[in-house]
Design a protein around this ligand. Sequence first.
Ligand code: AMP
Length: 283
Amino acid sequence: MVIFKKAADLQAFIAMKRSEEPLKLGFIPTMGALHEGHLSLIAAAKKQHCLTVCSIFVNPTQFNDPEDFKKYPSTLPADTEALLNAHCDILFIPDVQEIYPDGFDAVKSYSFAYLETIFEGAQRPGHFQGVGKVVARLLELVQPQYLFLGQKDAQQCLVIKALIKQMNWEHKTAVVIVPTVRNEQGLALSSRNLRLSEAEQKQALALYQSLQLIKAAKSNNNFEHAKQACIALLQQNNCELEYLALADAASLQPLSDFDRQKEMMVVIAARVGAVRLIDNLYI
Ligand code: AMP
């Protein structure tokens, strides 16, 4: 695995590789503290025989909560080892100056319409603007044929697809969405889980249990009723609910009740102790 800290060095290496042979580049952007979820994206890229580029960059512009940014876990030595074991080809670990050489505001911004006003967009003002900025910059640098993203961040997947469309890059970069990796009890793996105590990890299972409960209630045709049961379950487990909603799976437009004509998704965000977690499930 080759490791680059400088954007220019990464670009020169990729250009050199491209001059040798046609490249099939698979890109996996991350914020580090890698777990099996991230590694499943690397595995998906390897399975498609991509030359695999992983970036680790904790992007300041996507944190609406400064405490969350400050406390974001960093485990670079373990991440590097995990990527080596996963046969990742290129690791890019830039600092802020490499990604935003002319400052945060110099980067072109994109509009993600209603996606910025619902669920994660509503709860985290400015978050998707930050995601758009960093992903646009990384895409320009790497120019991948494939971009691997996790289903766990379903709304982010839609935002990044919208970004690629607005960049007119649909012919250049295809998005591949990889299913959410969970622990044995169902908790979606997340870098933020590192900040949960053992007791909180158990309480956090109520998020996945809520998603399952909604899925099971689909045939009864009363979303609100099922949601009330979830609210009780979450309260019992000290999970502070931000939203639990039903949406059209393709657009994430909210639905007021189950609609059998549509593929649906349940989305949830809740705080467990000081940690904010999100999850979702196709139903
Ligand atoms: P992050 O480091 O949280 O920015 O995530 C980097 C990428 O890994 C994003 O595309 C995430 O959606 C994806 N990811 C995070 N957690 C999981 C998971 N449990 N399963 C699959 N992909 C994940």
